[in-house]
Design a binder for this molecule. Structure first.
Ligand SMILES: Cc1ncc(C[n+]2csc(CCOP(=O)(O)OP(=O)(O)O)c2C)c(N)n1
Ligand SMILES: [Mg+2]
Length: 378
């Protein structure tokens, strides 16, 4: 067999529409009505203020832990914005902007981070999977759901999220491979926030872009300015339309930055410089979008203040609701299966007996009827 060359269609498209000063490339500007633009700003602002409040709640000992999504609002909201209600969204753990936009009550997200299983229950009428922490495992749910969409022929699609670190996991590879092989209606958003805890993007992979991984799976990959909401909406919109028409999956690498800590248990000063963080702050997705809206005359400072006030009140109400919730130590047993399998029922019985014994046989079966015991056992 002679030595030759196998020609591959081998490039990655890139996209950026808004610059850091909020100037727009008018040839690429999506046609969005002022009302829609205000809705988008509000959704990003809500996620930002929620994020800030969550960090405070954790520092005050009112929730257990938190993984901030500060600076990643555009990368997460853009894909959610272009989905219809019947589509499916499969988040990782830095997508509060997407989840709140899709209709998750904020108190449920607060409860999740407070360690309550109820926070993992998808609200009625919302087609999302819950927050997912085992890195990249959600890509498999995304591929499976997309396969279901295809088998149902109902024109729905799935969007899943994964981090730059997650792209090194086997689960990511398996999911993308199956998505390509079965031509599934799946859009995978890689939130490349430059860090996987303390491991920088350069050490994560030798590939020039993470988007180019799509080429090896046989479908489209695109690298997008993930801090540019207009670019994210455009790229995700095109990928979702293509998937809906039977054109198969897409990987979108959203280039963004984790401005905050990895989680509340992390100190990023140990592995990255303040200068790096400052440079990325100049590309903050919210401020550049706001500058664009001001230039277009869609919103002024006064209207934004009103928005801020409403959002503040909304968050305070959500925190109050979440804190009214009575934790139930038996909750984990109730949220895995519609009908509890025998082995789990046996374990529940055993656990009840343990609780009874620990409370001196007074029948303290749950945190709801014995809060002191709940604290002791938890
Ligand atoms: C399978 C698995 N391994 C390790 C961890 C611990 N862990 C949590 S987040 C994380 C880094 C993930 O980095 P990346 O995918 O870039 O997402 P980011 O945290 O930056 O959003 C690790 C190693 C985990 N949750 N799951
Ligand atoms: Mg990362």
């Amino acid at each position: 067999m002679p030595r030759g060359k196998i020609e591959l269609e081998n490039y990655v498209e890139s996209l950026s529409i808004l610059d850091a000063e909020g100037n727009v490339d008018s040839s690429l500007e999506p046609k969005l009505e002022p009302q829609e633009l205000r809705k988008i700003l509000r959704a990003m602002l809500l996620a930002r203020r929620y994020d800030e409040r969550m960090l405070k709640l954790q520092r005050q000992g009112r929730i257990g832990t938190y993984g901030p999504a500060l600076g990643q609002e555009a990368a997460s909201l853009g894909p959610a914005y272009v989905l219809s209600k019947n589509d499916w969204l499969v988040p990782s753990f830095r997508e509060p902007a997407a989840m709140l936009y899709r209709g998750w009550p904020m108190e449920r997200l607060i409860l999740w981070w407070g360690g309550n299983e109820i926070g993992a229950r998808t609200p009625d009428g919302v087609r999302d999977t819950p927050i997912c922490v085992p890195v990249a495992s959600q890509c498999l749910y995304g591929a499976g759901i997309a396969w279901g969409c295809k088998l149902r022929h109902d024109g729905t699609v799935a969007v899943c999220f994964v981090g730059d670190g997650g792209t090194s996991e086997g689960d990511f590879h398996e999911a993308m491979n199956v998505a390509g092989a079965f031509n599934l209606p799946l859009v995978c958003i890689i939130q490349n926030n430059q860090w996987a805890i303390s491991l920088p993007r350069k050490k994560q992979s030798a590939a020039t872009t993470l988007a180019q991984k799509a080429i090896s799976y046989g479908f489209n990959g695109m690298q997008v300015d993930g801090n540019d909401i207009l670019a994210m909406i455009t790229a995700a919109g095109e990928a979702v339309d293509r998937a809906r028409r039977g054109g198969g999956p897409t990987i979108i690498e959203a280039v963004t930055y984790r401005l905050g800590v990895h989680t509340t248990a992390d100190d990023p000063k140990k592995y990255r410089t303040e200068e790096e963080v400052e440079q990325w702050k100049c590309r903050d997705p919210l401020s550049r979008f706001y500058k664009y809206l001001k230039k277009r005359g869609v919103l002024d400072d006064k209207a934004r203040d009103v928005m801020e006030e409403e959002i503040g009140a909304e968050i305070t109400a959500a925190v109050e609701n979440a804190e009214k919730y009575e934790p139930d130590i038996l909750e984990p047993f109730h949220h895995c299966f519609e009908t509890m399998p025998n082995y789990l029922e046996a374990q529940l019985g055993e656990f009840r007996a343990y609780l009874d014994a620990a409370s001196g046989g007074e029948g303290g079966a749950s945190g709801q009827d014995n809060p002191a015991l709940y604290r002791q056992v938890h």
